[in-house]
Write a protein of this length. Structure first.
Length: 161
């Protein structure tokens, strides 16, 4: 934890963590107590924001590290499976607590140039993504056009330094 926080704020944060971020009546009471002193509450909130930001960043880093470890393990699994296939020549094997069997399977492999060749357009599937172009919508609204179902909303972003 980068910034120390009061016991009351720690209680609020732990309760919010345990409730999955849902504000219960008990948490609301703790928050009201904290907010009796505006300056203190603001300092506590900013400390929590900075602590959580650092925590979220470390979780993100760990996710990347774990994804790399998973990919490495999966690659090694395939390597060892190929060794088993090579040694058994595709025949079932049992030894001690281990048992190996095989199942025939097939999959389609497509060369890199398949799409560019355009020889078989009937064998291609087109994926189309349709979504609102918010930049164009904003420009249209700002130029005076009325767009039903869309509006520009102004908000205040909290920036913590």
């Amino acid at each position: 934890m980068l910034y120390s926080i009061s016991n009351l704020t720690t209680d609020i944060e732990m309760a919010l963590f345990e409730s999955g971020g849902e504000i219960t009546p008990e948490i609301e009471l703790l928050i009201e107590t904290l907010q009796e002193n505006k300056e203190f509450a603001l300092s506590e909130y900013v400390s929590v924001i900075k602590n959580l930001s650092a925590y979220a960043e470390s979780v993100k880093t760990e996710e990347s590290r774990l994804a790399g470890l998973r990919k490495s393990a999966e690659k090694r699994i395939e390597l060892y499976k190929n060794y088993v296939l090579e040694l058994t020549q595709g025949e079932a094997w049992q030894g001690g607590v281990h048992k190996v069997s095989f199942r025939n399977s097939s999959s389609v492999e497509v060369d890199v140039g398949f799409m560019e060749a355009k020889k078989y357009p009937y064998l291609l599937r087109e994926k189309l993504t349709v979504e609102p172009d918010k930049t164009k919508i904003k420009e249209a609204i700002e130029s005076g056009e009325e767009i039903e179902g869309a509006r520009i909303v102004s908000r205040k972003s909290v920036i913590v330094k």
